[in-house]
Design a protein around this ligand. Sequence first.
Ligand code: CA
Length: 226
Amino acid sequence: MRILVIEDEHKIASSLKRGLEQESFAVDVAFDGESGFDLGATEDYDVIVLDLMLPKMNGIEVCKKLRQEEQVHTPILMLTARGQVENRVEGLNCGADDYLVKPFAFSELLARIKALSRRPKSNLSPVLKTADLSLNPHSFEAKRGEKIISLSKKEFALLEYLLRHKGKVLTKDQIINNVWDYEADILPNTVEVYIGYLRNKIDKPFKHKKPLLKTVRGFGYKIETG
Ligand code: CA
């Protein structure tokens, strides 16, 4: 089993590395968010232990980017300091699987890591579905019925976000924050434009079927539940 530890406090990082190696895990350590993200995106790990407060890129950003941009579905255990309740919620929302509050006992960390690594991989990236529209975040494939829909990376991320919250109205701000974060050049109508692209691909060609992408005037957008 391979574990990536992303933690800037050298003392904690090295004691985790030592402890996990004694349990026969192979451990890589990154001391800032950027290098942690690079490792997480390029190497194959069984579990990623991710500290929340990190230099260069914080844990939430690392987690979001791994999940959304890199389609990495490795289980992530987030480490947070006491009192960072909001961050913890944000962490779980951005795709972390579990969290542990510092200071923690090594035995608890170990138990959580073992539990996460036992989760069947297929359950970590289930195919997202509504009606006859399906999207596989792992293979990057979208289909309506049997027809394969070809999407750009951004359209795919947008559809994935809508499908993960199907039936819920999502505001433009929510969409921007989750699909476009960290990119500066977003115009006010960017979301509308991309919703249009998506509609042209998932609804327009299927005239005899129920449209799935809805505009809720004054509020935002949603994908209908099947
Ligand atoms: Ca830290």
